[in-house]
Design a protein around this ligand. Structure first.
Ligand SMILES: OC[C@H]1O[C@H](O[C@H]2O[C@H](CO)[C@@H](O)[C@H](O)[C@H]2O)[C@H](O)[C@@H](O)[C@@H]1O
Ligand SMILES: [Ca+2]
Length: 577
């Protein structure tokens, strides 16, 4: 299916595959930059940092909820879908953010939280007050808390039931998440219309895409488990049809923390598409497992098993985000092993996961951080980075819940890490002051001044990746290696595939991506029978590597936790095409 030729938002380059090529950066408005010294990040602060994000090589900023909210779940408890939290600015500030991002050919993705609202939302207050009124059936009410008894509880550290008794309506209401987040009743056509209009409201303002938060939980049935019910898919199909018709070129991203065979359903089919993108939850914990176990097997298996998805769809891959490092997609034994490695202090755990940032998880080991990022950027899927991870920011496990990794961005060694001019006590969360990750030395300004810093390395690899469309658009084929710690795959794209995807120039390309998870130097033989006799060039420095033998094998030596991106080419004539 084709997008047709959507009207282009001013400033943006036309590219129907923009969401596949893009590198995404999740940025919490609250934590990024405070423009008016009230201690809280805001839109004007974020706008002032767009040049930085462009310099870094970011294509899309993902801005989690910034709507009016009591903030009992970081804004995922929405009180009014159409207004901006006053401390972040105004709707006009948001509009300016979109315009200024577009001027830099950067796009903006926002969260649409439709499974539930805050209990402070007017709809819920009205629903409690007047069961027979216009909002009476907007939520899932019951006289008993024994319905849907088999449904699992997601926030296991906080909630004991998915039902809470409301003393005003004198009924129970259903909530998949916190008890202050009542689930909307999608059986109500009025609710469905409201949701469509909320999505239209933000697309009218110019946003390029919507992350559909907690999308599996829209519908409940007696027979099912309330996760990815058929009616939920029907609803998503209708939402997609509306977006394609009214806003061609904008995208929907499914946040479905489920097994791959369930998640692929959120792409729909070529004829009846659902989302353009879906997060890949199972790959992420297996990357962390490989880094500690020094074994490639589990990760290799998950990469080999990647299911077919429509040619118009893409995965979103990530290492960290604003939530805990979720361990829902691994079995209990695996989970306990990972807790042992990565969450040895009970304060590091929350629900079914680990509430730490990337650098502390990887013991601030620069080689390991680079290996993990290089792997992320090589996978088949669009990579999502989390603000601050480009400088190796630390976390604060003494803060509550997931706030541990939502602390202010560290811009400089100045007061409040350059995040805000407010009195330090006024900040919504304190800046990180731990010994290893103290903002005095972990900050953008200091790393800008060091060409060998993680920040400069991240920028280099992002720009290098952009030069090779194969990473965004090509296939991934796992290849054999004779070492348990060495993972190898080839990313490839034919000229034809590139032309079919809207490309003009020749971008036929094959890149061998190899990663050693071993903690000491190793030597491995890689089997590439399809590429026998081809030469290899290092994408970073342009150095020629040994030619692949006529037997299809090549030997490589790795330093501890090292990786290569090697462009495969014909020995004489294909170079630099
Ligand atoms: O709005 C409620 C939550 O929705 C998202 O949740 C997802 O994160 C959970 C873990 O924090 C995960 O267990 C669940 O499967 C996901 O849907 C959102 O990202 C959260 O921040 C929010 O609390
Ligand atoms: Ca502010």
């Amino acid at each position: 299916m084709s997008f047709g030729t959507p009207p282009l938002l001013p400033g943006l380059q036309r590219d129907e595959n923009w969401f596949k090529r893009a590198v995404y950066y999740e940025v919490l408005v609250r934590a990024f930059a405070d423009s008016n010294g009230d201690g809280i990040g805001d839109f004007q602060g974020l706008i002032s940092k767009l040049d930085y994000l462009q310099w870094l090589g970011i294509d899309v900023i993902w801005v989690p909820p910034f709507f009016k909210s009591p903030l009992r779940d970081g804004g995922y408890d929405v009180e009014d879908y159409r207004s901006v939290l006053p401390e972040y600015g105004t709707i006009d500030d948001f509009r300016e953010l979109v315009t200024k991002a577009h001027e830099r050919n950067m796009r903006v993705l926002i969260d649409i939280v439709i499974n539930h609202t805050s209990d402070q939302h007017e709809w819920f207050q009205e629903s409690r007050r007047d069961p027979d009124g216009p909002y009476g059936d907007y939520y899932v009410w019951s006289d008993t808390d024994e319905k849907y008894e088999d449904y699992r509880i997601i926030f296991v550290d906080t909630e004991e039931s998915n039902w809470t008794f409301d003393t005003e309506r004198r009924q129970y209401f259903f909530h998949r998440f916190f008890s202050h987040q009542p689930d909307l009743n999608f059986e109500s056509e009025a609710v469905q219309r409201e949701v469509f209009d909320v999505v239209r409201f933000w697309l009218d303002l110019g946003v390029d895409g919507c992350r559909l938060d907690a999308i599996p939980y829209l519908y409940e049935t007696e027979d099912g488990n309330g996760e990815s019910e058929p009616a939920t898919h029907e609803f998503v199909k209708r939402l997609r049809a509306m977006v394609d018709e009214e806003y061609p070129g904008r995208v929907l991203l499914a946040e479905a923390n489920q097994w791959p065979h369930e998640v692929v359903d959120y792409f729909g089919t070529e004829e009846e598409p659902e989302c353009h993108m879906a997060f890949d939850f199972p790959t992420m914990p297996r990357i962390f497992y490989a880094l500690r176990s020094q074994q490639k097997q589990e990760l290799e298996d998950v990469l080999r098993e990647q299911l077919e998805i429509p040619s118009t769809a893409a995965w979103g891959v990530f290492l960290r985000n604003h939530d805990e490092l979720t361990l829902e997609m691994v079995d209990e034994e695996y989970r306990q092993t990972m807790y042992g490695w990565y969450a040895y202090d009970p304060r590091m755990r929350v629900n079914v996961g680990i509430r730490r940032r990337l650098a502390p998880l990887l013991e601030n080991n620069l080689d390991e951080i680079k290996l993990a990022n290089a792997l992320l950027l090589s996978l088949k899927g669009s990579p999502f980075l989390y603000y601050g991870d480009e400088i190796g920011m630390g976390d604060n496990i003494w803060l509550n819940d997931r706030d541990a990794s939502r602390t202010p961005m560290q811009w400089s060694p100045d007061r409040n890490a350059g995040f805000s001019s407010a009195d330090a006590g006024k900040l919504s969360l304190p800046v990180v002051q731990s010994l290893v990750y103290n903002y005095g030395h972990v900050n953008v300004e200091t790393q800008m001044a060091q060409s060998a810093s993680l920040l400069h390395w991240t920028r280099r690899i992002l720009h290098l990746r952009r030069e090779h469309p194969v990473f965004g658009l090509g296939n991934l084929q796992v290849v054999e290696t004779d070492h348990e710690s060495v993972l190898a795959f080839v990313r490839s794209m034919s000229d034809e595939a590139h032309a079919n995807r809207g490309g003009m120039h020749s971008h036929a390309e094959r890149i061998l991506c190899v990663f050693s998870f071993a903690h000491s130097p190793v030597h491995a033989r890689i089997q590439l029978p399809e590429f026998a006799g081809m030469a290899m060039e290092d994408c970073f420095g342009g150095q020629e590597f040994p030619t692949i033998g006529e037997d299809g094998a090549v030997d490589l030596t790795f330093g501890a936790q090292q990786f290569y991106w090697l462009r495969l080419h014909q020995p004489q004539f294909e170079r630099n095409t």
